[in-house]
Design a protein around this ligand. Structure first.
Ligand code: TZP
Ligand code: MG
Length: 207
């Protein structure tokens, strides 16, 4: 499955509730989202597998990959296209071994020390952030700003996607910092019209 980090939608159970999870994602993909991550810290594995299967079915034919946050077993059971893990979410090598070589595997990185410890051969991309403080993640690390993002992106041996408080108005600064794309929750999920919200991120010269 194609890895296109341009506009990476991460779901939030509460924020997607207004339109429904699948409806929100489908609308956002119509609007230009290029990659989707199912993220829910509270759902049971069984609930998440069910949601992932429904999302996967809804994404069929779009070319947009479905990534699962944190839970390797869910990614495997649901036949998702990949997994995204944080620094404390388990071992990258183990995840790669379990997922196989074709799956997409991403890792969150907040610091240069963390970057120095990664094995790029086991990973496909890095999530760099948070760029800004955000209420969407309670325990987030110190915000990087665009300067910090640029420094990390420049040092990254892998394609990177920026995350944390990003809105459509930050598109140019994010590309300018060297990230391949923007990962967002609230800029799309928490809006009355997720399709229009995704369209606001379109940059014709890059699509
Ligand atoms: N990791 C770092 S910041 C963040 C995650 C999952 C939340 C991003 O959400 P938002 O609403 O786009 O700021
Ligand atoms: Mg995590």
């Amino acid at each position: 499955m194609r890895l296109d980090l341009s506009l990476y939608l991460i779901t939030d159970r509460g924020l997607c509730a207004e339109h429904g999870l699948v409806e929100t994602v489908v609308a956002a993909v119509r609007g230009g989202v290029t990659l989707v991550q199912l993220r829910d810290k509270h759902a049971s594995d069984a609930e998440l597998v069910d949601q992932a299967r429904r999302l996967k079915a809804a994404l069929t034919g779009t070319g947009v990959a479905l990534i699962i946050n944190d839970r390797l077993e869910v990614a495997l059971a649901a036949g998702a296209d990949g997994l995204h893990i944080g620094q404390d979410d388990g071992d990258v090598a183990e995840a790669r071994a379990a997922l196989g070589p074709q799956a997409i595997l991403g890792l969150s990185v907040q610091t240069h020390d963390q970057l120095a410890c990664i094995d790029p051969s086991a990973l496909d991309y890095l999530g760099l952030g948070p760029v800004f403080a955000t209420p969407s993640k309670h325990d987030h690390a110190e915000p990087l700003g665009f300067e910090g993002l640029a420094a990390l992106a420049a040092a990254s041996p892998l394609p990177s996607v920026a995350i944390g408080g990003l809105k459509a108005e930050h598109l140019a600064a994010t590309w300018g910092a060297g990230a391949e794309g923007l990962a967002v929750i609230s800029a799309i999920c928490g809006t009355p019209d997720p399709e229009m919200a995704a369209r606001a991120f379109a940059r014709p010269s890059r699509r």
